[in-house]
Design a protein around this ligand. Structure first.
Ligand SMILES: Cc1ncc(C[n+]2csc(CCOP(=O)(O)OP(=O)(O)O)c2C)c(N)n1
Ligand SMILES: [Mg+2]
Length: 620
């Protein structure tokens, strides 16, 4: 056996550089490089190995959590065919990555996390930042990654890499089990040398399999759809990950079945396709929600059936409704008592289109869907051009952004009132043109996630839509955008606090308590004093962005045109009229209200809540 004497960290980088993925006969490198921050827990091991491997790019970020968001945004935009690794020191650097790990795992996105760990040799413990336990020497903060990782390991000996790395790759490239992979790397072991077998560094291409559906399951799915009077497709993120948009269009054009989209699946079908009914669920369109209510067969493709999609299990009210689920993950395929077709979306749609050649929805059902779509399009036009007096409404800001964005540009968002409004209103022109992180809906994802999305496809302009609250959580990565020359366009809505949670709070009878940026009021002792204003333009400029304030929709449009021409990141700040929000469309979201309370308004909200909950169904 030929071997190469290397440190564990050098061997790790040597391996990562040579991993490839293959799908549909196309092959390319899997890892684009490594993001992170050095500290005593990784500078000597991983840091030295990265320095020795300049062909494996290292990107310094400003916060480890942001590094993982960058990696997740990159993987999402690349439909999971490419990824980044993330390095951190031990202790706080490591635990900063936990939020990112949860986000990646919940969204089923591949990220390789390499937190530094305490000395395996232990004789100098406790080291700086070590969590000690009187019960065991075999626990530390990196154990916190276990529930948020799809694969977790700790490398106590350099040779353990040889068995851990193939497992890590299996999970990272799995269409069904994908998520965060954590390899905790004790700081001393990273620097230890071992005679690694040469084969470990040979090029290896991991096949992203498509597979064939089980014959019986497919037959049952076909039979169920054939008998359907009011079928509805629910397109989830799996359609995009599988790059199944053409197969979806062919299938629905052949059968006439209308399509509704989840947050992750938005953009599966072009917005102006006649069968595109728009968003489904709690943040859904009137068209999709009406069709869902009466649907008799729901074809869920690559969806997790989150509470936003099912409107907390109230979306599907037809007593005879049945589900056909197409999913690479058995876990998701079996949800809502469905006929489970455990396979890749594209393959399943091609097989279904073939088997349902004779099937077509009735003309009455088709006309009903077409009519609903027309009404919905008119509603979006109305909301885009409200001509609100005073400050513009958020829907007008979205309209202006949509008009500024080109055919292949990307809209990216994650938390606040923006995901709901965008799910309803954004008109997605091309697949992956709508990038919404709504598995974890993590404030702070937007800027680093957008850098990742832009890095995945630099030819697409990335428009970020975020609030003042989420901006304040992670503006720091604007500095990373300058460092890397990765340009994004940020539109920051300043509504002086948490508009979304404020209106949720009011709907619960709590009057928006604790959701506005106001100073402590000495008289009341509460946070209802003077407004706490932040100069977001100055803040963004200080980090290196081009930043302006837009005082009207006209100024916003002009600022967006300038931002498109600019070479560096731009931030456009706009204050909106918080009192004008996009309505809900015959849907609901279960947020439990206090059963007993002193305030009458809370008691009233509880009564409404108990009534609304009666519509929640079990789909067994
Ligand atoms: C990390 C994180 N903390 C808390 C929340 C809960 N949360 C959801 S939206 C929101 C407010 C967001 O405020 P802003 O970005 O200003 O958007 P707005 O609600 O004003 O539209 C909060 C606190 C979250 N999603 N993520
Ligand atoms: Mg806000």
């Amino acid at each position: 056996m030929t071997t190469r004497r290397m440190t564990m960290a050098q061997a790790l980088i040597g391996f990562l550089k040579n991993q490839y993925v293959e799908r549909d006969g196309r092959e390319h490198r899997f890892f684009a490089g490594m993001l992170g921050i050095f500290g005593h827990g990784n500078v000597a091991g991983i840091g030295q190995a990265l320095q020795q491997n300049p062909d494996f790019q290292y990107i310094l970020v400003r916060n480890e959590q942001a590094g993982v968001h960058f990696a997740a945004g990159f993987a999402k935009a690349a439909n999971r065919l490419r990824a980044y690794a993330c390095t951190s020191s031990i202790g706080p650097g490591a635990t900063n990555m936990i939020t990112g790990a949860a986000l990646a795992t919940i969204n089923r996105l591949p990220v390789l996390l390499l937190p530094g760990d305490i000395f395996a040799r232990r004789n100098v413990a406790p080291v700086l930042q070590q969590l000690e336990s009187p019960a065991t020497q075999d626990t530390g903060v990196n154990d916190c990654f276990k529930p948020v990782s799809r694969y977790w390991d700790r490398i106590y000996r350099p040779e353990q890499l040889i068995t851990a790395l193939p497992e890590a790759m299996r999970v990272l490239t799995s269409p069904s089990d994908c998520g965060a992979v954590t390899l905790a790397l004790p700081q001393d072991v990273q620097t230890e040398a071992y005679d690694y077998p040469e084969e470990l560094f040979e090029k290896r291409a991991w096949l992203i399999r498509r597979g064939e559906p089980d014959r019986v399951s497919l037959e049952r799915a076909v039979e169920a759809i054939r008998g359907a009077q009011r079928p509805l497709v629910v397109a989830g993120g799996g359609v995009l990950m599988s790059e199944a948009w053409a197969a979806l269009r062919a299938f629905v054009e052949k059968t006439g079945i209308p399509v509704a989209e989840t947050q992750a699946g938005k953009g599966s079908l072009k917005w102006d396709h006649p069968q595109q009914m728009g968003a489904i669920g709690a943040t859904g369109s009137l068209a999709a929600n009406r069709l869902a209510r009466e649907a008799d067969v729901v074809i869920g493709i690559g969806t997790r059936y989150s509470d936003f999609t099912t409107a907390s299990m109230t979306a599907f009210q037809n007593p005879r409704v049945r589900f056909v689920n197409i999913n690479t993950a058995e876990f998701d395929a079996y949800k809502v008592g469905a006929i489970a077709v455990v396979v890749d979306a594209r393959v399943a749609l091609e097989r279904l289109a073939g088997a349902l050649a004779e099937y077509r929805i009735s003309t009455t059902y088709g006309a009903e869907a077409a009519n609903l779509k027309q009404q919905w399009d008119a509603e979006i036009d109305r909301l885009f051009h409200l001509n609100n007096t005073g400050r513009p409404a958020q829907s007008e800001v979205i309209g202006a952004m949509w008009e500024a964005a080109g055919e292949r540009d990307v809209l990216l968002s994650a938390a606040g009132s923006h995901p709901g409004d965008l799910h309803k209103l954004w008109r997605t022109r091309t697949p992956n043109g709508y990038h919404m992180e709504y598995g974890y809906s993590c404030m702070g994802y937007e800027i680093p996630g957008a850098l990742g999305a832009k890095a995945a496809d630099p030819n697409r302009e990335v428009f970020v839509f975020l609030g003042d609250g989420t901006y304040l959580m992670m503006p720091s990565e604007i500095a990373t955008s300058v460092q890397e020359g990765i340009k994004i366009i940020v539109v920051l809505v300043d509504n002086h606090g948490f508009g979304s949670i404020g209106s949720l709070s009011r709907s619960l009878g709590q009057g928006g308590f604790g959701t506005k940026y106001q100073a402590r009021n000495a008289a009341s002792g509460l946070l209802d004093g003077e407004p706490v204003n932040v100069d977001y333009v100055a803040n963004a400029r200080s980090l290196g962005a081009h930043a302006v304030k837009a005082n009207s929709i006209a100024e916003l449009k002009q600022a967006l045109e300038e931002a498109k021409k600019a070479e560096r990141t731009s931030v456009v700040v706009i204050e909106t009229d918080a009192s004008v929000s996009v309505p809900g469309y015959e849907s609901w979201w279960d947020v439990a209200v206090s059963e007993v309370a002193e305030m009458e308004s809370v008691r009233e909200a509880r009564a409404r809540y108990e009534e609304a909950r009666k519509r929640e169904r079990h789909h067994l």
